[in-house]
Design a protein around this ligand. Structure first.
Ligand SMILES: *Cc1c(COP(=O)(O)O)cnc(C)c1O
Length: 388
């Protein structure tokens, strides 16, 4: 099939040509001046994306590596931890903490819904002896396409001393997240989501409060040790050999992001969400999440039962070379997920929605061709008339 594949996953995402070229630079000495400059530049720019003045460390790992880094740096064995979960990735964060010996109390919400900050507050109010050491929360739950109100959850902690540790791997730079202003103590993200570079880097931001906890923490750790990370960062180095080529890609993607501006990036993702949701609904399909908390990064669509989500994905791939994500665990074959984060443009989504209409039609869904695409076009037209 001619042309590039449309990779519409909620990570990994397509990579801009500029980033691909930046990563083809010759290798440098990772303890030399070029790398020092590169490391200091990307660390500084990452702080802008996190809206923080605190610490940021970069790890050569996918996002889960940095979730583990958060657990081993800021918890101790037998610490009581409240793990708020609204899906697969909330469960994963909880599992990592319990594997390392924390006493994890799960607070589960139905898949497709966000966490209720009031319930978090009530649970912490009950904890009169202040035994809970950390609250784990997912910013954007990629398995269901739902985001949590991190500002409200930050407020729910109030004066409770627990650390608020956030998995913002797919949320950062698609949905607003003000780390310092909202009192988020540890925030993790990853390279293959909104950062538009290949998988292989993850980021862990943490504040002074978390650093104090880290110094007392008794969790066994070596490779992920934040003290080592900070010590070497002062010299413009990583403790161990960094994935230098990915850093060049990151530096370029951060330049692209700066040119667009963080607020514009977030608004662009919000527009994608609104456009995709209105179009898919016009096709007669149901959405898993309600409007108020629907993710900017991806849309989870409930497939017609008689067709099944996986058959739609297969048809889209074979006929159009478009890759959509399936549902995970109990949502397998129930939903398909359209990723619309990172290096994606409106036209890509228009094409994918048109292909989706044809696929649904061919698979026997009663649909009037053009009905969903019309919604998407109207959305773009209205936006254009508003002057942007
Ligand atoms: C992608 C993702 C992860 C991490 O996945 P990796 O495959 O390890 O990069 C964790 N949490 C969320 C919310 C994600 O979207």
């Amino acid at each position: 099939m001619i042309g590039d594949q449309y990779l519409l996953l909620p990570g990994p995402t397509p990579i801009p040509e500029r980033v691909v070229r930046a990563m083809s630079k010759p290798m440098v000495n990772h303890r030399g001046p070029e790398f020092k400059q590169l490391l200091l530049e990307v660390t500084g720019e990452l702080k802008e994306v996190y809206q923080t003045k605190q610490h940021v460390l970069i790890y050569p790992a996918s996002g889960t590596g940095a979730l583990e880094a958060a657990v081993v740096n800021f918890l101790s064995p037998r610490d009581k931890v409240l793990a708020v979960s609204i899906g697969v990735f909330g469960d994963r964060f909880a599992k990592i903490a319990s594997e390392f010996g924390a006493q994890v109390e799960k607070m589960d919400f139905p898949w497709g819904q966000p966490a209720d900050p009031q319930r978090v507050k009530e649970r912490l109010d009950q904890d009169v002896n202040r035994e809970i050491k950390a609250v784990l929360v997912t910013h954007n739950e990629t398995s269901t396409g739902v985001f949590n109100d991190m500002k409200a959850i930050g407020e729910a902690l109030g004066s409770h001393p627990a650390l608020l540790m956030v998995d913002a791997i797919s949320g950062l730079a698609t949905i607003d997240l003000k780390m310092d202003e909202w009192n988020l103590d540890v925030v993790v993200s990853g390279s293959q989501k909104a950062f538009m570079i290949p998988p292989g880097l993850s980021f862990m931001a943490f504040n002074e409060k978390a650093l104090e906890v880290h110094k007392q923490s008794k969790m066994p750790r070596y490779y992920w040790d934040a003290s080592q990370g900070l010590k070497y960062l002062e010299k413009g180095q990583n403790p161990y050999t960094p994935a230098a080529s990915l850093y060049y890609g990151l530096a370029e993607s951060l330049r692209i992001m700066k040119e667009e501006g963080l607020d514009n990036i977030i608004e662009r993702h919000r527009n994608y969400r609104d456009m995709v949701r209105s179009s898919v609904q016009a096709m007669g399909l149901e959405l898993l999440a309600k409007d108020e908390y629907a993710s900017h990064a991806l849309t989870a669509v409930v497939a017609p039962e008689q067709i099944g989500a996986n058959q739609i994905r297969k048809f889209m791939l074979e006929q159009f070379n478009i890759v959509l994500a399936g549902g995970q665990q109990k949502l397998d074959n129930v939903i398909f997920r359209i990723g619309h984060l990172g290096y994606v443009r409106e036209l890509d989504l228009l094409a994918a929605l048109a292909a989706l209409e044809i696929s649904l039609y061919k698979l026997g869904w009663e649909i009037e061709l053009g009905i969903g695409i019309n919604k998407a076009q109207t959305f773009i037209l209205n936006k254009t008339q508003k002057g942007d």
